[in-house]
Design a protein around this ligand. Structure first.
Ligand code: AMP
Length: 940
């Protein structure tokens, strides 16, 4: 009907391009008063009204105006340039942009149809000054990747809807880089988010879905009600992961490292990594062989395998995972980076990390943000991670609305690094395949993180023993009736004559038969894997802390080494104090000054590098050292350029890396754990700014560092430097919470050391690399001792010594006179020494325990064996009684002292038990110090 009006007007000679507004005005007048316009116009306007469709009383004012304006525009296109049309063209461009920005908000992403989709005004024609009357007008489509120069507004909108508002909801317009935005526009718009896949691809997709569903059905039937955290409802995960791996292979990737929590893990283990079904069955039956340690539940197990891809063989590693959601994310990054570094791959192309998340955890856990934040930093980047969210729209029993988060999507946190986010309806397998391809292509093109939000559901409760109707009745009444993605896709393929039902059943039967035989069901699994693709850990297996390690180093070679790292390039302007540090180091090398901590530590690293190992140090301020002792990175005072002497040693390539970390402990320590459990050849060190900040990474300490070997058999040579010492700096800058580490010690899981001399740190660091045992080393490292005049060593001690777990009395004290034994660890030794010297006490021996765990009972026995006249044995610590080593090490001290003299008790001298780690007032700190030193040694 509208066309009729327009035709009528078009035939009217009175209506020309420029007169539309004039006609509108006339029409306004006519509406006010018919008599106010000429007869000719009156007849014309009346003729319009007489042609109204049946039932419609009046054409709207706006409609008529719109028609005039339309007509006017068309005339202008064919003649002179129309301002109105141009305005509309601009409006159309705005609309296109709006679809790109907001299309995802109305996309049909949720297989359950429950996702709240609020109307988006930006997508309404009226919002941009357009109306339905414009639908047949042609506009330029220059910015669109449709392959047509011009299209009607209707066609434009149809294409935009298909591209941005169907099963794929793409969020990429928040990216600052225009090239990336354009890349997405082109990839999405050129196929309208619906590429045409050939039959072979479709059948492969079907095959993957048969596998995903087949496994869950099989396990569900065989072990009903047994926890497996099934993938039912999110089966499309399997085609995603497969596609990522296969495409990565075609990009010449050699390794893929995967991290994921429990949901769907068994499915990935069996259907992607190729774990044998029989092994899984053994785990279900409880007959899996008990090899070592505590073991872990089946849905936390890691796995390694090699599979074939179009680009050749590829190594897959699924990281072991504790129950704490998301905590594996930075560990995977560290593992990937270790593998990239081994390959000297700066781009990250050869190793791809994939992190699979749950929706609730992705939005809820802070470590996600930390891990994302590290993704482009020098120390931690891995060339981009593909994140997949198994978004089943519920977190255990907590629903999205009101409770689970404050943001629209669970993925919004990823915008912190401008990561593109591809939401996809999990019940549309071809859309799923498409976003997988986009994601991996983006990762290789831009070397950045990308997120696939697989919107799906959870067919069962949180686990198989859980009843979901109790908490999500509406959601589950929909789920109960919903056919699986496999059923839906099978039906569609059959309807489109791609396959028959009989053939599908046959595929499912074959899959099941393979499972029942206990085989691996991954077709591309490499039976005889190329071991060169991954690190060889065999030299490090089977060693314990008593495996000897010769940490001596030729003294002349040490001097030469010092000469090398004290050299700075010609014209490199050093800051005055740094210059002095370097000059002093030269004097230390020549024996003119005693060796201090920073010099000994640097020599340790240099000697380790010369020995063929690499060194990686990260942490806040590690380049300089929080307390200004290291100066491993020098800064040109005029150009700002930096120079790392240890990177420029002769014959050492670039095997020393040191990076100031971003301000995180949790993700950073997780990363370094991942690095150290992957690469046994590199000395990996994380240094806390202050030791107590390690408690921000407590999950990594509890769930990986101290228990990973026991649970999963994964060795780890990570070293943690934790500045510790009571120097009056208040509750939060004194204690590295020694007691926490000691409380976690058992079965020789970690080493906890408190070295007190430069020679000790030199040998301790060297021991950690030279001894083939790979176990975490926790060092309570010094602050004031870095410059303490007594805390010094000689070059001879460095060259010819070793790390002493116990340092016996060093002053010349005759053993027969000793009646009082004071045992201690750490910097308090120097306070005790000072007091003893002040009072000239010859009856006191002070013995330092430099390794608190594993406790060196034999060495301690030897250190006190000469003191036959003891009548008092004291453990002195600067920490309050409820902290420090007292409660965890007391029984060891007691055993040794009893063995020496069964009548002796071990008494405590230290601060009173305290809720806070240390005093906040210097006066109180000193008073406490005075009291317990007096208690241990005697009056001044
Ligand atoms: P991955 O590359 O992590 O899959 O590891 C390949 C193989 O190396 C594993 O199957 C283990 O046999 C061994 N391996 C890897 N990491 C460790 C580790 N931290 N401790 C002991 N063995 C390891």
């Amino acid at each position: 009907m509208q066309e009729k009006y327009i035709d009528r007007m078009r035939s009217s000679s009175s209506l020309s391009g420029g007169s539309a507004s004039y006609v509108e005005e006339l029409y306004e007048q006519y509406l006010d008063s018919e008599e106010s316009v000429s007869e000719e116009w009156r007849a014309y306007f009346k003729s319009i009204a007489s042609e109204l469709p049946a039932g419609q009383k009046d054409i709207s004012h706006a409609q008529v105006k719109e028609q005039f304006s339309q007509l006017s525009n068309r005339r202008k296109i064919s003649g002179t340039v129309s301002i109105e049309h141009e305005t509309k063209q601009v409006a159309v461009l705005e609309l296109i942009e709006a679809y790109r920005v907001r299309g995802h908000q109305v996309a049909s992403l949720d297989p359950l149809g429950l996702m709240e989709r609020k109307p988006v005004v930006d997508l309404a024609l009226g919002y941009h000054g357009l109306s339905e009357l414009d639908l047949n007008t042609k506009f330029q489509t220059k910015t669109l990747y449709f392959g047509e120069e011009q299209a009607t507004l209707k066609n434009i909108i149809d294409a935009l809807k298909k591209t941005y508002c169907t099963s794929v909801g793409a969020e990429f317009m928040h990216i600052v880089n225009s090239e990336e935005k354009k890349w997405f526009q082109e990839r999405l718009e050129s196929v309208q988010s619906h590429p045409k896949y050939d039959q072979q691809t479709k059948l492969k997709l079907l095959d993957r879905l048969i596998a995903a569903e087949g496994l869950e059905k099989y396990l569900g039937a065989k072990y009903p009600g047994t926890k497996r955290f099934g993938l039912e409802g999110g089966e499309s995960l399997i085609p995603i992961v497969d596609e990522l791996i296969q495409k990565a292979g075609s990009y010449n990737t050699k390794e893929v490292v995967i991290g994921m929590a429990h949901r769907g893990r068994l499915n990935v283990l069996i259907n992607t990594l190729g774990k044998k079904a029989s092994e899984l069955i053994d785990e279900f039956e409880g007959t899996a062989e008990y090899e070592m340690g505590s073991g872990d539940v089946k849905y936390h197990q890691g796995f390694s395998s090699n599979v074939m891809t179009p680009g050749g063989e590829i190594h897959l590693a699924l990281a072991f995972n504790p129950s704490h959601l998301e905590i594996v994310s930075p560990v995977v990054q560290g593992s990937a980076r270790a593998r990239q570094d081994k390959r000297r791959d700066l781009s990250g192309d050869t190793v791809v990390p994939i992190n699979i998340h749950g929706d609730a955890a992705f939005s809820g856990q802070g470590v996600v943000m930390e891990t994302l934040q590290m993704s482009q930093t020098r120390a931690y980047k891995t060339g981009g991670t593909v994140h997949i969210i198994i978004n089943n729209q519920v977190g255990f029993t907590t629903s999205k609305k009101e409770d689970a988060r404050s943001t629209e999507y669970c993925t919004d946190v990823a915008k912190v690094v401008e990561a593109p986010i591809l939401h996809v309806n999990g019940d549309d397998p071809e859309a799923v395949l498409f976003v997988s391809q986009l994601a991996i292509d983006y990762r290789f093109r831009f070397k950045k993180d990308i997120v696939i939000d697989l919107v799906c559901y959870r067919r069962r409760g949180h686990n198989e023993a859980d009843e979901p109707f109790g908490t999500q009745p509406l959601m589950y009444s929909i789920i109960r009736k919903l056919p699986s993605v496999l059923s839906q896709y099978s039906k569609s393929l059959v309807e489109h004559n791609q396959i028959t039902n009989q053939q599908i059943n046959q595929m499912a039967d074959e899959y099941r038969a393979n499972l029942e035989k206990g085989n691996s069901v991954v077709k591309g699994l490499v039976e005889d894997p190329d071991k060169a693709l991954f690190f060889d850990w065999t030299p490090y297996l089977g060693h314990d802390w008593d495996t000897p390690a010769d940490t001596t180093y030729d003294q002349q070679a040490l001097v030469e080494l010092a000469g090398e790292f004290c050299e700075v390039p010609e014209g490199f302007a050093l800051q005055r104090q740094v210059q002095k540090v370097i000059e002093d180091r030269k004097l230390m090398a020549s024996g003119e000054l005693p060796v201090n901590w920073g010099f000994a530590e640097t020599l340790a690293y240099g000697s380790i590098l010369k020995g063929g190992n690499s060194v990686r140090i990260t942490g806040q301020d590690v380049g300089r050292g929080t307390f200004s002792h290291r100066h491993a990175v020098l800064h040109h005072q005029k150009t700002g350029e930096s120079y790392v002497p240890l990177q420029n040693l002769q014959n050492v390539e670039k095997r020393f890396t040191i990076y100031d970390s971003f301000l995180s402990e949790l993700a950073v320590l997780g990363f370094e754990y991942g690095y150290a459990t992957t690469n046994p050849m590199t000395m990996v060190i994380w240094e806390a700014q202050f030791g107590d900040f390690a408690n921000g990474a407590q999950m990594i300490i509890d769930q990986f560092i101290t228990s990973g070997e026991h649970k999963w058999g994964r060795l780890c040579g990570l070293t943690m430097l934790l500045p510790h010492g009571y120097e009056g700096q208040g509750p939060e800058h004194s204690s590295a919470r020694l007691e926490r580490f000691l409380q976690l010690c058992a079965e020789h899981n970690i080493q906890v050391c408190v070295p007190t001399t430069p020679a000790q740190i030199f040998h301790l660091l060297r021991r950690q690399v030279i001894r083939p045992m790979r176990r975490p080393l926790v060092i309570m490292s010094p602050k004031s001792l870095l410059r303490h005049k007594e805390a010094v060593s000689t070059m001879e001690e460095l060259a010819n010594g070793s790390f002493k777990n116990v340092l016996p009395e060093t002053d010349d004290i005759s053993p027969e006179k000793v009646t009082r034994l004071v045992m201690c660890s750490g910097r308090v030794y120097y306070d005790l020494l000072e007091r003893r010297r002040q009072i000239n006490a010859e009856h006191i021996a002070i013995v330092r325990i430099e390794q608190l765990y594993p406790f060196p009972e034999e060495e301690l026995k030897a250190a006190i064996s000469e003191y036959k006249n003891l009548d008092k044995a004291i453990w002195c610590q600067e920490e309050p009684k409820n902290q420090g080593a007292w409660y965890s090490s007391h029984h060891h001290l007691k055993d040794v002292v009893h063995a020496h003299n069964e009548n002796l008790l071990v008494e405590f001298a230290g601060r009173e038990a305290s809720a806070a780690p240390a005093a906040g007032y210097m006066a109180l700190h000193l008073k406490q110090l005075e009291e317990f030193i007096t208690q241990a040694i005697g009056q001044k």
